[in-house]
Design a binder for this molecule. Structure first.
Ligand code: BGC
Length: 439
């Protein structure tokens, strides 16, 4: 008997990001940021991480053994372009080999060009605040895509432009550590949109030059979206804050990134990036959604609904939200949906099987064209300002010895891929005994 079966059209795998797993790179904004005391909760830096850069072979074998069908990996820009305009062939070779290895193992890669981290030289210039940022980013994209587009058809230009900008310019918890700077937020949002649109067009153009049928090229961005709800629906201030925050955090930016139609807080987009024209259009081949949680909005604040199930970072676990957001995006933008991230911080792996079960069950019940599911994350990793302590992996990492051990949730996910769903005996074995923690 099966508890649920997944459609044959959905491919399952995991996602990671370069800075969070690779280790060994000192030439980036997060290494610099982490070296200032107080910035990272547990004092760790991304220099150690999981040492994946050196362990690509073994890690890829492990992914293959677990049966991953797809894998989303990030590139470290600072390795590829360590100085402005100077590109490192060796770094590209490394990524090319990694991608080849994935392909040889039957794992389809999805490559992220930017996942929060900048090269130190770019950060020092003001990163995406700088008016030339889109041109500079496009140089990196052109070099990289030219080198890899014969073996990579699926691309994410930018990961979570809203999280990057809000943490860096409103909360000040991430580099460059500015607080409440709405003017700069607008500038950064605008430049990130220009980067995405110009990259979208360039990747398509370059693949075409390499004689690929345009239908085989898939480009989008990974959009972090949360469910926003007023904490007390009877309270007009909660309702007002909710509408304002939802719009400012995700809706205006989503529209600008996907269509080039800019409304505040996104400023008017530049007419050109280098020789690429920017205009309204359709800049996505799939809807890329990173989904984690729901917020209960009070007056100007994000909180969590009382008595809700929460993960070890206090984020509400709200599986239905995954499908609800997918549906609202689908209605507006009509394209295949790729869940480019979904996962949870569960330090003892004591409820992750239930989490995976609940989210995939919601997907299995939906009639939306959800084509990919990338679990965040393959292995425990450097969780930005929270450091090494929060564990999101389905594979455990001992940071001292760098030993990898498949967790119970990893076994479960692996069986789901094999069985294309969850059988009754799998439910008994993995899910039945697990319970969430409640607020
Ligand atoms: C990011 C990841 C991060 C995860 C968990 C997403 O916002 O893309 O880099 O580790 O959430 O916080």
């Amino acid at each position: 008997m099966s508890m649920f079966t997944l459609s044959e059209n959905i491919l399952l795998g995991c996602a990671t990001a370069a800075t969070q797993i690779e280790g060994g790179d000192k030439n980036n904004s997060w290494y610099d940021w982490a070296n200032i005391p107080g910035h990272i909760a547990d004092g760790s830096t991304p220099l150690r991480a999981t040492d994946h850069y050196k362990k690509v072979k073994a890690d890829t074998s492990l992914m293959a053994k677990m049966g991953l069908q797809v894998y989303r990996l990030g590139l470290e820009w600072s390795r590829i372009e360590p100085e402005q305009g100077k590109f490192n062939k060796k770094a590209i070779e490394h990524y090319r080999n990694e991608i080849q290895l994935l392909l040889e193992n039957g794992i389809q890669p999805l490559v992220t060009l930017h996942h929060f981290t900048n090269p130190t030289w770019f950060e020092k210039m003001g990163a995406f605040e700088h008016e030339d940022a889109p041109e500079i980013f496009l140089d990196y994209v052109r070099f990289t895509v030219e080198e890899l587009c014969d073996i990579v058809s699926d691309w994410i230009t930018i990961n979570e432009p809203n999280v990057y900008t809000v943490n860096g310019y409103i909360f000040g918890t991430w580099p460059p550590g500015k607080k409440g700077d709405i003017r700069t937020l607008s500038k950064v949002y605008t430049n990130l949109c220009a980067c995405h649109i110009a990259s979208y067009k360039e990747i398509h153009r370059m693949r075409l030059i390499h004689n690929f049928d345009p239908k085989t090229t898939h480009v989008s961005f990974a959009n972090h979206m949360r469910i926003f709800e007023p904490k007390k629906t009877w309270n007009p201030l909660h309702r007002l804050s909710n509408a304002f925050m939802k719009y400012g955090f995700q809706d205006a930016l989503t529209q600008a990134m996907m269509t080039g139609k800019a409304t505040w807080p996104v400023n008017r987009l530049p007419l050109k990036v280098s020789d690429v024209y920017i205009h309204e259009g359709r800049y996505y081949d799939f809807i890329g959604l990173n989904y984690y949680t729901r917020d209960a909005i009070t007056t100007g604040k994000r909180t969590v609904f009382e008595q809700s199930p929460v993960n070890d970072l206090g984020w509400e676990i709200y599986p239905q939200g995954l499908v609800d957001i997918s549906e609202s995006l689908y209605k507006k933008y009509v394209a295949p949906i790729w869940i480019t991230e979904n996962g949870t911080c569960d330090n003892n792996d004591s409820f992750r099987c239930r989490y995976i079960y609940d989210h995939l069950l919601a997907i299995s019940k939906s009639t939306l064209p959800i084509q990919r599911y990338y679990h965040w994350s393959f292995m425990d990793n450097f969780e930005w300002a929270e450091g090494e302590e929060p564990r999101f992996g389905i594979v455990h990492v001992d940071y001292e010895t760098q030993k990898r051990t498949i967790k119970k949730s990893g076994q479960f996910f692996s069986e789901i891929i094999k069985e294309r769903g969850v059988t009754e005996s799998m439910y008994e074995k993995y899910v039945k005994e697990e319970t969430y923690n409640y607020l």
